[in-house]
Design a protein. Structure first.
Lengths: 113, 111
């Protein structure tokens, strides 16, 4: 029972490098999300996809892009990484917009030097 | 805008002590309220929720009551265990797709 799977779990980048975080869910959920978690700041929404084919900005979208590849997969791309993007990134999904319960992956810890 | 404020941690308790973690919210309407828990090295998971005023959510001995008059959703447990050591997040969802989280409260329970 995989749920939400994120890769990679750990990554170290140099400033200016690019990378993509991958996320896949096997629960047939419609909505998917990317959050970042920083100490003392809780989780902040980067981007979300309410349904296949749509994406929207969250609270902190600058420096990121996303792709909803299909219903299962939602990727997050850093085109030119900056030290301020050092964080733990979580992908989450939910069946419908209004049920509320989010299902999270285990997180991806990214360090930008 | 909508926001969630929860008590700062860390909170350190002895096993079998009573736990309260305070949470208050600001929202223009009637949000659904949640508590999520994050164990070390894991993602968040739903602990309990309440969708309307005076609802009580409960799970694993934890409880929280949706208080509209005080805009609060405090988390309580009568007797904590070492295994309850984790970070607890209060959250709200109102009128759309975006769940808003508080900053999190770390709980340490000593044997």
């Amino acid at each position: 029972n995989a749920g939400v799977t994120q890769t990679p779990k750990f990554q170290v980048l140099k400033t200016g490098q690019s990378m993509t975080l991958q996320c896949a869910q096997d629960m047939n959920h419609n909505s998917m999300y990317w959050y970042r978690q920083d100490p003392g700041m809780g989780l902040r929404l980067i981007y979300y996809s309410a349904s296949e084919g749509t994406t929207d900005k969250g609270e902190v979208p600058n420096g990121y892009n996303v792709s909803r590849l299909n219903k299962r997969e939602f990727s997050l791309r850093l085109e030119s990484a900056a030290p301020s993007q050092t964080s733990v990134y979580f992908c989450a999904s939910t069946l419908t917009d209004f049920t509320g319960e989010l299902f999270f992956g285990e997180g991806s810890r990214l360090t930008v030097l | 805008g909508d926001s969630v404020t929860q008590m700062e941690g860390p909170v350190t308790l002895s096993e079998e002590a009573f736990l309260t973690i305070n949470c208050t919210y600001t929202a223009t309407g009637y949000p659904s309220l949640f508590w999520y828990v994050q164990y070390p090295g894991e993602g968040l998971q739903l602990l309990l929720k309440a969708t309307k005023a005076d609802d009580k959510g409960s799970n694993k001995g934890f409880e929280a009551t949706y208080r509209k008059e005080t805009t609060s959703f405090h988390l309580e447990k009568g007797s904590v265990q070492v295994s309850d050591s984790a970070v607890y997040f209060c959250a709200l969802l109102f009128g759309g797709f975006k769940t808003i989280f508080g900053a999190g409260t770390r709980l340490f329970v000593k044997a």
